[in-house]
Ligand binder design. Structure first.
Ligand code: V55
Ligand code: FE
Length: 484
């Protein structure tokens, strides 16, 4: 490779410099003690561009998906890192260069990849009916073998997927094991169509409801409860003309409401109700539940403005990052009331994102939340590190939603923390009783560690630091899969 990566923040520094390797490390070095109760694999995915961008610049969200697997057994942790061998990555490797233009704009790609899946498979990984699915919301999933991490190919659930796209944030119903999932822009670029699916634990589609949104917008995550699903349409809209002219897929709309579609799970398209709240940025879902009487509660960080500076508004404006603060919010939808308004209340008073709950309580009344937080009052080694890069966070927090008590752990002035995942102590353990794992970037050392906490005692600090001998690129989402 004779070209080099750009010197912009998207491709430089301890978190964002591409890592680009694949490999295995048997028995990672552990400081402290990994509890033997932790048995299974933590899968997690990073966008990691194989080649410098064809157009000379690119956004973080367009990197090729590379999966990390941390397998825990007997107090030891083994590591594997593999690219998803997507159609686009295979074509790039053959050409020995990037063939892809603007994020989610196939009109700007090299003709060599026309007709191929545009998926980078870089946003989330989840195991369902024995398949490791690598997800990107613009395309069908990729399936991999969970043990070997060999890519099997694009996956349409054996012909059952009728949409052009598929979410990166499916949920598993803890009672049935069904995958509750959806697609937006489900009939292709800029279509306002949304489809909701339920896929049972043997991989059979048991429900499919098509609805039409009021406009085409990003629906990055969604929320499920026992009786409802909620689709948050973010004020990031899509315009086919702009895309055809080679422009950005998404544009921030500062004057547009936050919109939510609420679908009863036993209902049909005619039963969807639309709710609106003032302009803001809906983040990832922590959890949601309903009271059995038509009141639906959805908990998520919500920011006052655009968290994605790479999707600016029409005049190019992006707010200064220090003015954008995501705060954990509870939305209440009352299906007994007419109208389109909903209530918002604050759950905590600090900046956070990447919320996770004990997945055994997905969609049900729950008590424990875990987040990555940003406390701007904490020390930061600006002299060594320069300005913090996008998605910089500096602490983990456990929020007890019953008592309102928060326990947190600040890393240090040279560490950025990533999304945590909750691991139950055992299948029958009480809610929140278990461990929290998360990657952290050691920014001064250009290193990456996996930390293990007692989930109920984050403030005691990690009980184990699992050290990687190589730096990983900044990553996104992951999920815990217990050993069988
Ligand atoms: C997100 C991430 C994406 C994407 C769309 O975090 C939304 C939100 C990593 O790619 O394509
Ligand atoms: Fe996400």
């Amino acid at each position: 490779m004779t070209t080099v990566f750009p010197s912009s923040p998207e491709f430089t520094g301890p978190a964002y410099t591409p890592a680009r390797f694949e490999g295995d490390v048997y028995d990672l070095v552990v400081e402290g003690e990994v509890p033997t109760a932790i048995k299974g694999t933590y899968y997690q995915v990073a966008p990691d561009p194989q080649y410098p961008p064809m157009l000379g610049q690119d956004i973080f969200f367009n990197g090729d998906g590379c999966i990390h697997a941390f397998t825990f057994a007997d107090g030891h942790v083994d590591f594997k890192r593999r690219y998803v061998l997507t159609e686009r990555l295979k074509a790039q490797r053959e050409a020995r260069r990037s063939l892809h233009g603007v994020y989610r704009n196939t009109y700007t790609n090299d003709p060599l990849v026309s007709g191929l899946s545009n998926s980078t498979a870089n946003t989330n990984v989840i195991v369902h009916h024995g398949k490791l699915l690598a997800l990107k919301e613009d395309s069908h999933p990729y399936a991999l073998d969970p043990t070997t991490m060999e890519t099997l190919g694009t996956y349409d659930f054996g012909g059952q997927l009728t949409s052009a796209t598929f979410t990166a944030h499916p949920k598993i119903d803890p009672v049935t094991g069904d995958m509750l999932c959806f697609a937006y822009e489900a009939k292709g670029d800029a279509t306002p169509d949304i489809v909701y699916y339920e896929i049972d634990k043997s991989g059979r589609k048991t429900k499919e409801v098509w609805i039409r949104g009021p406009y085409a917008a990003m629906i990055h995550d969604f929320a499920v409860t026992e009786h409802y699903v909620v689709f948050p349409l973010m004020p990031l809209t899509v315009d086919l003309d702009r895309i055809r002219k080679g422009g950005r897929h998404f544009e921030w709309q500062p004057g547009l409401d936050q919109t939510f579609g609420v679908l009863p799970r036993d209902g049909d398209a005619k039963d969807v109700r639309w709710f609106t709240a003032p302009n803001g940025f809906q983040g990832h879902t922590l959890n949601a539940f309903d009271d059995g009487h038509g009141r639906v509660y959805v908990d998520m960080p919500v920011a006052s403005g655009n968290v994605f500076p790479f999707f600016p508004q029409a005049d190019g404006y992006v707010p200064p990052p220090e003015t954008i603060m995501s705060r954990l919010t509870r939305w209440t939808f009352d299906m007994n009331k007419a109208g389109n308004s909903l209530e918002a209340s604050s759950l905590t008073d600090f900046i956070c994102e990447f919320p996770r709950s004990d997945d055994r309580y997905m969609g049900r009344p729950y008590r424990h939340g875990f987040v990555a937080g940003l406390d701007p009052r904490r020390p930061y080694d600006f002299e060594t590190l320069g300005p913090p890069s996008w998605a910089f966070m500096n602490f983990f927090a456990h929020v007890d939603l019953t008592t309102g008590k928060v326990k947190s752990w600040f890393a240090d002035d040279k560490t950025s923390v990533q999304e945590p995942a909750f691991i139950p102590k055992s299948a029958g353990a009480a809610e929140g009783e278990g461990y929290l794992v998360a990657l952290v970037n050691r920014l001064a050392e250009r290193a990456t560690d996996l930390l293990v906490f007692d989930a109920q005692h984050l403030d005691d600090g990690p009980i184990a630091t699992v050290k990687l001998p190589v730096r990983l690129r900044m990553s996104l989402h992951g999920n815990w899969v217990p050993a069988v």
